[in-house]
Design a binder for this molecule. Structure first.
Ligand SMILES: Nc1ncnc2c1ncn2[C@@H]1O[C@H](COP(=O)(O)OP(=O)(O)O)[C@@H](O)[C@H]1O
Ligand SMILES: [Mg+2]
Length: 166
């Protein structure tokens, strides 16, 4: 078990602005995540769990709010200082987010296999056939039965739990 720190969140503050009102959704969050560790963030609805996660992904809607203070160090490198282009390379590659409602992040008209394969084509530059094989391997890894058949189906043909695993 390595004890190397992968992610350090320091004094994270994400605020939303509506008129003259400031909503301090996240106001000074600190935690460390070590290699191989799983952390659960627990709190009542509206306490800032999603906004914390979206801030780490740099996906807070810029028209509504922003990270106003803190550091998000991934292997010591501050994600808050990255360009949008560098973030696109990091997202879905080094960090990713499984959204609460998978129907809004999956494209309804493409098979789930194509959508998983797309990440391999873009991030790892794999050719179509290899990317497809990877998609099936991943479906198998998360315990989806008949992955070859499931990969060809569209999101609405899968259960909610299966869609989140996708
Ligand atoms: N786009 C937004 N505009 C204004 N306020 C927001 C926005 N997104 C989230 N918030 C506010 O941030 C707070 C934390 O929300 P959230 O992180 O979604 O809570 P939860 O812990 O349930 O995931 C809430 O008070 C919510 O109203
Ligand atoms: Mg939430």
């Amino acid at each position: 078990m390595g004890n190397e720190i992968v992610l350090q969140v320091r004094n994270l503050k994400t605020h939303f602005f509506s008129g003259s009102q400031v909503i301090k959704a996240v106001d000074g969050v600190d935690f460390d995540l070590r290699k191989g560790q799983t952390i659960g963030i627990v709190g009542e609805s509206g306490s800032g769990k999603s906004v914390t996660s979206l801030s780490i992904m740099r996906l807070v809607d810029p028209t509504a709010g922003k990270v106003v203070d803190g550091q998000i160090l991934l292997h010591g490198d501050d994600l808050l200082q990255k360009s949008e282009e560098s973030m696109r390379k990091i997202r879905g590659n080094k960090i990713s987010m499984i959204f609460q409602e998978p129907m809004t992040s999956l494209n309804p008209v493409f098979s789930v296999g194509e959508q998983i394969a797309e990440a391999y084509r873009i991030h790892e530059k794999l050719p179509r056939k290899q990317a497809w094989a990877k998609a099936i391997e991943m479906l198998k890894l998360v315990g989806i039965p008949s992955p070859e058949k499931r990969a060809k189906q569209e999101p609405h043909e899968l259960s909610g739990g299966m869609r989140q695993r996708v």
